[in-house]
Design a protein around this ligand. Structure first.
Ligand code: PHE
Length: 357
C-alpha cells in the first residue's frame, strides 16, 4: 500500500482529477472508482492517520481531507454522466433501424387498404347507369310515417295490400304511426310534394336506399336490404316509356345475354302494374335452387303512377302522367356476380369481401 502524507493533499487532488479526466469507458470507471475515491483511495488511507493528531489538528486536517475527497467525488459523478451518455448514444446509433432499406423492403407496397362493400359499389354503378340515361339521384328518410310509406301510396289503414310488406313499427297510433320504410316508394311522395311546392315538375329521378322488412333471411331475401326507386313525372308519358327504360337499364347493367320481362302484377300505387324479372344468372335460365327452378329472378316492381297517388300529393293527373319502378340493389349484386345465397352480403367474411376489391 502506498503511503501518503497530508502535505501532499493538493497534489493528490490534482493527480486524482487528472486520472478521472482520463477515464475512457464506464467499465474503466467502475474498475478505478474505488482507488480514486473509495476505500482504497489516498483519502481513505489518510483518514486513518488522523487519529495520531491532536484535537485541533484532527479537525483542520479532517476538513481539508473531506473537501479534497468531495472535489474528486463530484468530478467522478460528472464524468459518469458523460461516459454513460456517450455509450448510450453509441448503442442507439448502432441499433437504429435503417428505414431507408431494411423496413421498406420488408413491408408490402402499396399498403393494403380497405374498399367499398359490394352493395355500396353496386348502388354506385346503378346510379351511374341511370344518370347516363338522364336521371338525377335523390335520397329519402329510412324512418317514415305511415302516411308516406302507405297512405299516400294509395294503401289506406287496414287495406289488405299492407300484408305485402311485413313492417317493423317504431310507434303505433297517435299522433302518427312511425315505421321503418318497407320500400323506397315513400321517397316518390317526398319528391312529388317537393316538386309541387317549388313548382318544379317534371321529375326524372332515382332514389336508392336501405329498406326493412320483417322477413326471415334466405337465399333471395334479407331483412335489411336496399332498393333503387325510379320516378318519372312528365307530360305524355306512356307504358312504352317505362318498358324502354327497364329494357335499356337491363342491357346496360347486366349485358346483352340477360333478358328482362314484365309480368302483370298488382301494386296499389301503380296502374297498370308489372313485375320486372331477369334471366337467373346462376343457372342462365335452366332452373336452380336460387330461382326456385323457374329460370327467372324477380328484381322488382313497376307501373304507371296511379291517379290516387297524384291526388294525394296535389298533381293534376289530367296534365301529368308518369311511371315508377323499384328494385333490389342487393338482388342486382347477387345476379351480376352469381352469388347463390344473398346472405353472403351481410356475413362480412373477408374471403368473400376481398373478391370485390
Ligand atoms: N315498392 C314496391 C315494392 O317494394 C316496388 C314498386 C315500386 C312497384 C314502384 C311499383 C312501382 O314491392
Amino acid at each position: 500500500m502506498s503511503t501518503y502524507s497530508l502535505h501532499d493533499l493538493d497534489q493528490i487532488v490534482i493527480d486524482s482529477l487528472a486520472s478521472v479526466d482520463a477515464l475512457g469507458t464506464t467499465e474503466e470507471f467502475r474498475e478505478r472508482e474505488n482507488e480514486l475515491e473509495g476505500k482504497r483511495s489516498p483519502f481513505a488511507i489518510l483518514q486513518k492517520t488522523l487519529g495520531s493528531l491532536d484535537a485541533d489538528g484532527r479537525r483542520e486536517a479532517g476538513a481539508r481531507l473531506q473537501n479534497a475527497r468531495a472535489a474528486v467525488r463530484s468530478a467522478l459523478d460528472a464524468k459518469w454522466i458523460v461516459l454513460a451518455k456517450a455509450e448510450r448514444d453509441a448503442t442507439l446509433e448502432r441499433d437504429r433501424l435503417d428505414l431507408g432499406d431494411t423496413v421498406v423492403s420488408a413491408i408490402t407496397w402499396p399498403a393494403e387498404a380497405g374498399h367499398s362493400g359490394l352493395v355500396a359499389s353496386t348502388q354506385r354503378s346503378l346510379e351511374d347507369v341511370f344518370v347516363g340515361m338522364g336521371f338525377t339521384v335523390a335520397d329519402g328518410p329510412e324512418v317514415e310515417t305511415d302516411w308516406y310509406n302507405f297512405e299516400a301510396l294509395n294503401i289506406p289503414p287496414a287495406h289488405p295490400a299492407r300484408g305485402m310488406w311485413d313492417t317493423f313499427y317504431v310507434e303505433l297510433g297517435e299522433p302518427e304511426t312511425v315505421l321503418l320504410r318497407t320500400h323506397t316508394s315513400p321517397t316518390q311522395i317526398h319528391l312529388m310534394e317537393h316538386a309541387v311546392a317549388t313548382n318544379s315538375l317534371p321529375i326524372h329521378s332515382v332514389m336508392p336506399g336501405r329498406c326493412f322488412r320483417r322477413d326471415t333471411p334466405d337465399a333471395r331475401h334479407l331483412a335489411t336490404f336496399h332498393q333503387i326507386e325510379g320516378l318519372v313525372v312528365d307530360r305524355g308519358i306512356s307504358f312504352a316509356d317505362l318498358a324502354g327504360v327497364i329494357e335499356t337499364f337491363t342491357r346496360a347493367y347486366f349485358g346483352p345475354d340477360i333478358e328482362s320481362r314484365l309480368r302483370p302484377a298488382y301494386f296499389p300505387f301503380t296502374e297498370p302494374s308489372a313485375e320486372f324479372e331477369i334471366t337467373c344468372t346462376i343457372c342462365r335460365g335452366d332452373g336452380c335452387r336460387t330461382c326456385s327452378q323457374t329460370g327467372w329472378i324477380e328484381l322488382g316492381g313497376c307501373g304507371m303512377i296511379d291517379p290516387a297517388v297524384f291526388e294525394a300529393v296535389g298533381i293534376d293527373a289530367g296534365e301529368w302522367s308518369g311511371f315508377a319502378f323499384g328494385f333490389g340493389i342487393d338482388r342486382c349484386a347477387q345476379m351480376r356476380h352469381q352469388i347463390a345465397d344473398m346472405r353472403a352480403l351481410i356475413e362480412n367474411d373477408v374471403r368473400f369481401l376481398r373478391q370485390f376489391a
